[in-house]
Design a protein around this ligand. Structure first.
Ligand code: ZN
Length: 319
C-alpha cells in the first residue's frame, strides 16, 4: 500500500511516497513558471511517475493527497488566480486522477499542514491547533474542537489576507491593501523594507549594512539579507525588523483570539531560518494584543516537509 503526497508551492513542488507511518521517499523541483498552468500539472505528474518507478510500485498506489497554494476551488479541483504564480486556473484533481486512476484529494497547503502536524508532528493528541507558514507567502491552517476548518471553497483560514494595517500602505499580491502577507512574507519583506527606507535620510540608507550587503541596490534586498544585517546590529535593518515583528505579533494575536488554540506551530523558510528574529519577538509581544490565554508557540518539528506529511495524512484512510 502506497500513498503519494504533493506539496504545490509558488517556488517549489515537492512529492513524496509514504504510508500511515510517514514519508518513505521524496523529491522536489522549482515550480515550472514558464509553461502555463498545464506545465505545473504536467510537472507534478512527471515527478510522481519518477518517484513510483524509482522508489516504489505503481500498482500499489492507493491515493494521492495534494496540499496546494490557494485560492482553491474545491468543487472543481483547481487553483484560481494564485497571487504568487502568473497563471489563472491550474487544474489538479482531474488530470491527476486521469493519469494515475486513483482518488485524488486536494486541500489548501496550510490546511494540509495542520493535519500533518496533528498526525505526525507536535500536535499529536490535540484537538485545537493552528499552523502558520511564513514563507514566500503567508498562510495558516486550523483544527478547532477536532474539526479541520475548510470553508465553502476551501479557503477558510486565509490568514495572510487578514488586514493588519488600516492605512493600507502596502498592496498585497491579491490586489487588496494592508494585508499581513504584503508586509511579512518572504516575497514581500523586501518590498516593505524598500517602502520603509523612504522615510530615512538617503545617507543613512546608503551607508547601512543592509545596502552594502545588497551591493548598493535596494532592488537586491532579500529577507535573508535584511535578517543577516539586523543580526549584525545594523540600525536600519533592526528598525525594519521591529516593524515586521509588531505586525507578526498582531497577526498571531488575532489567531489566538479567533481560534483559542492549545498550540501554534510555525514553519516556512522565513521562520525556520530566522527563529531568533521571527519566533522570539512574537513570543515577547503577543501578550499585548490577545485576551485569550497565550498558547504554546513553537517551530514545527516537520520542517520543510510538513505539507507533504499533511497530504499523506489527508489520504491515509484510503489505504
Ligand atoms: Zn491579500
Amino acid at each position: 500500500m502506497v500513498l503519494v503526497g504533493v506539496d504545490l508551492g509558488a517556488t517549489k513542488v515537492r512529492a513524496a511516497l509514504g504510508d500511515e507511518g510517514g514519508i518513505m521517499a521524496s523529491c522536489w523541483e522549482e515550480t515550472d513558471r514558464r509553461h502555463g498552468a498545464r506545465g505545473v500539472t504536467d510537472q507534478i505528474i512527471r515527478m510522481i511517475r519518477r518517484l513510483l518507478s524509482e522508489e516504489g510500485d505503481g500498482s500499489a498506489l492507493k491515493a494521492i493527497g495534494v496540499g496546494s497554494i490557494g485560492p482553491l476551488d474545491l468543487s472543481k479541483g483547481c487553483i484560481r488566480k494564485p497571487p504568487n504564480l502568473p497563471m489563472r486556473v491550474i487544474p489538479l484533481r482531474e488530470p491527476l486522477q486521469e493519469a494515475f486512476g486513483v482518488p485524488v484529494h486536494l486541500l489548501n497547503d496550510c490546511a494540509a499542514a495542520v493535519l500533518g502536524e496533528q498526525f505526525f508532528g507536535a500536535g499529536r493528541g490535540l484537538e485545537d491547533l493552528v499552523y502558520v507558514t511564513l514563507s514566500t507567502g503567508l498562510g495558516g491552517g486550523a483544527i478547532v474542537d477536532g474539526h479541520l476548518l475548510i470553508g465553502k471553497d476551501g479557503n477558510g483560514v486565509e490568514i495572510g489576507h487578514i488586514v493588519v494595517d488600516p492605512e493600507g500602505e502596502m498592496v498585497c499580491g491579491c490586489g487588496c491593501k494592508g494585508h499581513w502577507e504584503a508586509y511579512c512574507s518572504g516575497a514581500n519583506i523586501p518590498r516593505y523594507a524598500r517602502h520603509l527606507l523612504r522615510e530615512r535620510e538617503p545617507e543613512e540608507v546608503t551607508s547601512s549594512l543592509l545596502l552594502r550587503f545588497s551591493d548598493g541596490d535596494p532592488q537586491r534586498i532579500t529577507a535573508e539579507i535584511l535578517f543577516e544585517a539586523a543580526r549584525r546590529k545594523d540600525e536600519i535593518s533592526r528598525w525594519v525588523v521591529e516593524k515586521i515583528r509588531e505586525l507578526n505579533a498582531i497577526g498571531f494575536a488575532d489567531l489566538v483570539n479567533l481560534f483559542d488554540p492549545e498550540l501554534i506551530t510555525i514553519g516556512g523558510s522565513v521562520a525556520l531560518k530566522n527563529p531568533d528574529l521571527v519566533l522570539e519577538p512574537i513570543l515577547e509581544k503577543i501578550g499585548q494584543y490577545t485576551i485569550n490565554r497565550v498558547p504554546e508557540i513553537r517551530l514545527t518539528p516537520l520542517g520543510e516537509e510538513i505539507v507533504l506529511y499533511g497530504a499523506l495524512a489527508l489520504v491515509r484512510g484510503n489505504g
